[in-house]
Design a protein around this ligand. Structure first.
Ligand code: AMP
Ligand code: MG
Length: 415
């Protein structure tokens, strides 16, 4: 075990790249079979293929009449109604020349027919006869058999994170149970002499441990399992024991104790576990002192555990989780590490900052349709968790900008 000394404060894109690259070296745990609805937010450990053609029959997409398009060469065309096809039923036999079948949306188009005329373009003359007033092209209002997917075709690849659309696809092929990766267990270790449990009555200079809760919520939302460790005081011996516990898990998130203060001991204690630091800061605000690396639980440990030292200020903790921790969790969950997705929106109110840092500032998107606007929320800096609760996104200010005028298009990161 060696102590790697390569600490550096990286520009945001470089720090992000380091996280994404390191994440690629990580693997998920074992797979388990779960009822389909339990898979939401989790990652598939199996490929899901079409068990038959989709659609399994030529599907009518309109209520109307199944016809032979060639019969509509001369309009209006009078056709003989030979039957009715409801969704779930079918018409046996071939539709002949001059014939039509009444058909409902979702029903199989009978053989011989090659188009569906919408009900609105027809008139019923008598019980057995329909008059068609408009021509249809062959194939119109029909989704052909197998056009969405062929039997055996891959629909969802292993590594897919399950959301409602993916769950619909799995349900559509009869997967009442799916194989998913077990969620990684993520240690959450808050540090600081001033930090007390939420149940405690804080003394005048004490602070309740909100980070442990926000991080647990973020970890769960990322499809992983939070394991909240006891709060560590700014004492190297106790901190060391708790870090050792945390390193036994799949990932360790520490909060606080990574700044330059006399009692910011996290990096020092991690060094005692042979920590290799991938970076020890990022040129961002909030969250500049963020630390990312890996360490070994004990001298004989086979593999390293990744850790993040997140700054203790509540908004810094939240931001650094969102912009750095997610790719690592993706990988541990079994999914390819995701990219950050930025939107652009029109800035409502001028922004003034200092240059040099990429900023992720609590902001609020509002408006609708093409009139989306974004504005910073009022905040007192990175300790102001309530400001983050008023925000619904981060306004991203590039390091070179010090004034962004109202009306400019700006980059936004959703939360
Ligand atoms: P630190 O990063 O340890 O210097 O802490 C920065 C600020 O965040 C201080 O004001 C701490 O009191 C606060 N803080 C640290 N940890 C937590 C926590 N777990 N919950 C809420 N606030 C915290
Ligand atoms: Mg502290």
């Amino acid at each position: 075990m060696t102590v790697h000394a390569q600490p550096a404060t990286l520009a945001f894109p470089d720090a992000r790249r380091v996280v994404e690259e390191r994440a690629l070296t990580l693997h998920p745990g074992h797979a388990e079979l779960a009822p389909l609805l339990r898979s939401r937010g989790r990652v598939l450990a199996e490929d899901i293929v079409a068990d038959r053609d989709f659609p399994p029959f030529p599907r009518a997409t309109r209520d109307g009449y199944a016809v032979r398009s060639a019969d509509l060469a001369v309009l209006p065309a009078t056709l003989k109604i030979v039957g009715e096809v409801r969704a779930g039923s079918r018409l046996v036999g071939l539709l002949g020349r001059g014939e039509a079948a009444e058909i409902m949306t979702g029903a199989p188009v009978p053989e011989g027919a090659d188009a569906v005329v919408m009900l609105e373009h027809t008139a019923r003359q008598s019980a057995g006869v329909v008059v068609v007033e408009r021509a249809v092209a062959a194939g119109e209002n029909i989704v052909p058999t197998g056009s969405e997917a062929r039997a055996g075709q891959l629909l969802l690849a292993r590594g897919t994170r399950m959301g409602f659309a993916e769950i619909a696809v799995a349900a559509g092929v009869g997967k009442a149970q799916v194989s998913i990766y077990s969620p990684p267990r993520v240690g959450i270790l808050s540090t600081g002499d001033e930090i007390v449990d939420v149940e405690a009555h804080p003394g005048p200079s004490q602070i309740r441990n909100s980070n442990s809760y926000s991080l647990s919520a973020q970890v769960e939302a990322a499809g992983a399992e939070p394991v909240r460790l006891p709060t560590a005081p700014d004492d190297p011996v106790v901190l060391k024991h708790l870090i050792e516990e945390g390193l036994a898990l799949d990932l360790l998130l520490l909060t606080g104790g990574v700044s330059m203060g006399k009692y910011d001991l996290v990096e020092q204690v991690l060094t005692e576990f042979g920590a290799e630091f991938f970076f020890t800061g990022a040129q961002i605000q909030p969250g500049r002192p963020v630390v990312f690396g890996r360490a070994w639980r004990g001298s004989g440990a086979a593999s390293a555990t990744f850790f993040f030292g997140l700054p203790g200020n509540p908004v810094s903790t939240m931001v650094t989780f969102e912009i750095f921790v997610r790719p690592v969790l993706d990988a541990l969950c079994g999914a390819p590490p995701g990219k950050l997705r930025f939107l652009t929106a029109r800035l409502g109110r001028e922004v003034l900052v200092k240059t040099g840092l990429t900023r992720f500032l609590p902001a609020r998107l509002s408006g609708e349709f093409e009139r989306t606007e974004v504005e910073l929320v009022r905040w007192q800096g990175s300790g102001d968790a309530a400001a983050m609760a008023r925000a619904n996104c981060f306004l991203v200010v590039p390091p070179g900008r010090e004034r962004i005028a109202s009306g400019e298009m700006v980059s936004v990161l959703l939360r």
